[in-house]
Design a binder for this molecule. Sequence first.
Ligand code: ZN
Length: 583
Amino acid sequence: MTAPVLGLLSPLLDDVTLDAPWALIERFSTLKREHPDDVRTAAGEIVRRLEAFGVPVTVHEPEIYLSLPGQASVQGGSERFRAKPLAMSRAVPKGLTAPLVFAPTAFDPNTDQVITSPVGGDADVDLRGKLVLAHGFGMSSMALHFEQRGALGLIAVHPGKNPHWGICSTVWGSPDLRDLPRKPNFVVVSVNHADGLALIEQANQGATATVFAELEEGWYPSPIPVVTIPGTEEPDKYVLLHGHYDSWDVGVGDNAVGDATMLEIARVLWKHRSQLKRSVRIAWWPGHSTGRYAGSTWFADHYGIDLYENCIAQVNCDSPGCRWATEYIDVSWMSEAEDWARAVIKTIAGKEARGERPYQAGDYSFNNIGLSSYFMLLSTMPPGLRAEKGYYVVGGCGGNIAWHTEEDTMEIADRGILLTDIRIYLAAVAGAANATIAPFDFRKTADEFGATLEKYQAAAGSAFSFEPARQALAALRSALDRFAVECASLQAGSPGDPRVRRANATQRRLARLLVPVNFTSGPAFFHDPAETIPALPDLAPALTLPAARPEAVGFIRTHLMRGQNRLVAALRDALHLVGETTS
Ligand SMILES: [Zn+2]
């Protein structure tokens, strides 16, 4: 199926050039895109270029909640250390003085989640009323961990020569009433590695330090440019391609390159719009860096029902086309999109891609609606090269550690890699919009669920049975086999064929049922926190059963019972849906 779909796209793919993208990257390399005034200027640059190509663009003007970091430093003894305040940190412009303490807690560099280990934690260290020093990026879970332990503030010791900017809140987008209690009331700044070690030395000698951090926060009007290229046969159904245009400093690799990618795709798709069967919507978000995805979250809220009813899939575009990023490993995709994403990368780049479950990050603001999703970061540098350069893991820029620093400048972008990545994104989006049946295979999702259940059952042992979920899953898996046969028989049809429409409606509905149970714990249309969310999250507490205290077992089983009901209901709804489609 993939080859014919992509074959028809050849004229579009051949039309991609670097002229417009590179000009936008060069412009953005001279424009900081943090403060709302500069972000507005950047939106104007995108809109002006789209209009020059004759592409109609709608600019939404929401007010979103942002935290804008200013200056920061740490005074330790007679020394003043350079620091960066993390967005959503508490502001202490006049300084906050407290005893220093080093917490030897280990954090996962990908997620800032605590790595639990029997030794080396901070359980025995009294952090209350202190300024904590710890190794890690200080974002989301890490900041929350220390705030909950009663610390007054966190000085995150970063691994390189430059501290990185970031955001320390787990609140996803502009906070609602459910989120407000989780909004940090806590100071978080970052320092580089050498300064961090010097401060840890001071902490070991019982020193006191003063943290200064300037930030302002509030509701800021922020433009969201959106382009819709209408499909010729089923225009109300669309694929959403999106990425952020605000950045830390001038942010070339994160994410001027992505903005340029989407600009070129808008130009090419508009020019060839007669070839497009369903619509493609392209959105550039503000508020990613300073509002924890507040732009995409606003869109998910305000177009929630339209997305729920009509969106075929969401495709995120962050940090493509960066220097040395020649490999397609650790690519984000949901299981149903794996075959499609791999086939596109293989066809365009000639590379075997390796994927992973999408992190709760990167403008994936649509999980609570239930959208099939693929791509976040795309190309990355090979692990061998990373090791050779002594680089550590960062969350963008193709693995370049200039990520989220003042060094993310023009040399981070790579023309050849960008050209390939633009074509991958174009094929991945237009191909999904044009495929007779949306190119997603939910048998893969069911198989992923099966493997997850097996892992959780092994941990739970006889303390809890996932048999009801296994039975419901087995029934759905068989029905999905019949559905796959039906879809194959419809491939030669047209998008307007009622049986094709019905099969596609089933594809979308399967995502609405199966994505939320696998990626969220909170209710539909709200937003789960920016923390690691395990597979089938409401069943994941099974993993804690082996080490649980006897008095906790009842609580865990109660949670698992409710979580299993939620899952079984979704699986049975999916079974009925597929049964109706194939009868
Ligand atoms: Zn980014």
